[in-house]
Ligand binder design. Structure first.
Ligand code: FAD
Length: 397
């Protein structure tokens, strides 16, 4: 088996941020296991789906974001043995680690809804959640005929739970500016009784949806899609009633879970029905195996899964990995900070920021970010991507 001091599984937002920080802190031998040769800045996919940004600007080569001095192992991890301190790769080779950081991201389960996997990308069925599909969202929005548009958030924790709402507001704004909104029926399907996990911003979003005339269906799920006939079945989980609709556009975030190999492993949290990784929610360390850490979308943390959350998790993992290397318990604690930049129109955004206690945690306390703002839109479109590529991925911000 090849040996490395620290092995990181996943070279996405979380894996690269931690790799860069560990190298900066002087760890000599860091290896990142990452099969893909492209790295995406996924938050901009919302604007790709709204026709504002070309997909290409959200991608860089993985080689370009891999921090200097890090060993890139271009394989898929298939198993972890935390007793033996080993990671098995798809070619059956084995890596031995001193400390392990798990950041393999989330799994998209399009096949969990009958008809969805077959129809997504055609027949008006869209999803901003995959780079090959997000550009199709814009084709369907810009080419829509008068009719019904449905915007679905699936049940369970997903990455950026605000994203399936953002595209509804962007589509509504586009149709309003092109004189089509009055002839559209817009339906937002939410699995929960609430509009948003944080109640203050939930109230704000309720008004924004109402302003566009969007019908919000709470406690409702997408049960079935028939792409060729443009029909969808919604299920009201409170009453068990089903409703069949004909649609022009159906945008959905797919149901999500931890990757199957994590879900089926000893490292999954038995309390998570979706198989997310078990870690202490403050130290981000596994309670049974002190050399194992997890962060990002794959970790079972009771907060919203976002890149902004990872920006606060990465320094905590780094500090606590360094402590583990010295044989001590790290002191750094993550407080659940997350942020959701909710784009509400083609030039407006509000910024929801809160922590485990759902207390607002404004980065710009002198600005009212509960109100849709143009300066916040500029932050999303231009500022945050720079912060990501130049700051976060280099272990500087
Ligand atoms: P990822 O960045 O997805 O990286 C996981 C990596 O692991 C990938 O590179 C993958 O190839 C690799 N991998 C997978 N399986 C294996 C394996 N078996 N072995 C090795 N490597 C593996 N966040 C925000 O903060 N603000 C936003 O506005 C926002 N909007 C979003 C809009 C959309 C449409 C989407 C899809 C996401 C959005 N996000 C947003 C969420 C943000 O992109 C994610 O939370 C973040 O990318 C998660 O980082 P991660 O490293 O956990 O996973």
């Amino acid at each position: 088996a090849r040996r490395h001091e620290v092995v990181i599984v996943g070279g996405g937002a979380a894996g690269i941020s931690v790799a860069a920080r560990l190298r900066r802190a002087g760890v000599a031998d860091v290896a990142v296991v990452e099969p893909s040769d492209v790295h995406y800045y996924q938050p901009l996919w919302t604007l790709v789906g709204a026709g504002q940004v070309p997909m290409g600007t959200t991608a860089r080569s993985e080689a370009a974001v891999m921090p200097k001095g890090v060993t890139w192992i271009r394989h898929r991890a298939t198993a972890v043995d935390p007793e033996a301190h080993t990671v098995t790769l798809a070619d059956d080779s084995v890596l031995r680690y001193q400390q392990l950081v798990l950041a393999p991201g989330i799994q998209l389960n399009f096949d969990a809804i009958p008809g969805l996997a077959e129809s997504v990308g055609r027949d008006g069925v869209a999803s901003n959640y995959r780079p090959d599909l997000a550009p199709r969202t814009w084709d369907f929005i810009s080419g829509a005929e008068p009719g019904t548009a449905v915007f679905v958030t699936p049940p369970g924790p997903i990455k950026c739970a605000g994203a399936p709402q953002k595209i509804a507001y962007l589509a509504a704004d586009h149709w309003r500016r092109h004189g089509l909104l009055d002839r559209m029926r817009l339906i937002m399907v939410l699995p929960t009784a609430a509009m948003f996990s944080q109640p203050d911003w939930g109230e704000v979003l309720k008004k924004i949806a109402a302003g566009y005339g969007i019908e919000v269906r709470h406690n409702t799920e997408l049960a079935e899609v028939d792409g060729p006939n443009r029909r969808a079945v919604l299920l009201d989980t409170a009453t068990g009633t089903k409703e069949e609709l004909e649609f022009q556009v159906l945008h959905t975030a797919p149901p999500q879970s931890a990757p199957d190999w994590i879900r089926d492993s000893a490292l999954a949290d038995p309390e998570s029905p979706y198989g997310y990784l078990k870690v202490d929610k403050h130290t981000l360390r596994h309670p049974d195996w002190p050399d194992v850490f997890a962060l990002g979308d794959a970790a079972n943390l009771p907060t919203s899964k976002t890149g902004a959350a990872i920006r606060k998790q990465a320094p905590v993992v780094t500090t606590n990995v360094l402590a583990a290397r010295r044989g001590t318990l790290g002191e750094a604690r993550y407080d659940g900070y997350t942020s959701c930049p909710v784009v509400t129109a083609h030039n407006r955004m509000l910024l929801a920021e809160f922590d485990y206690t759902l207390t607002p945690r404004p980065s710009f306390p002198f600005l009212d970010t509960m109100r849709p703002r143009y300066d916040m839109y500029l932050l999303k479109r231009y500022g945050l991507p720079q912060l990501y590529w130049r700051g976060m991925l280099r272990g500087r911000a």
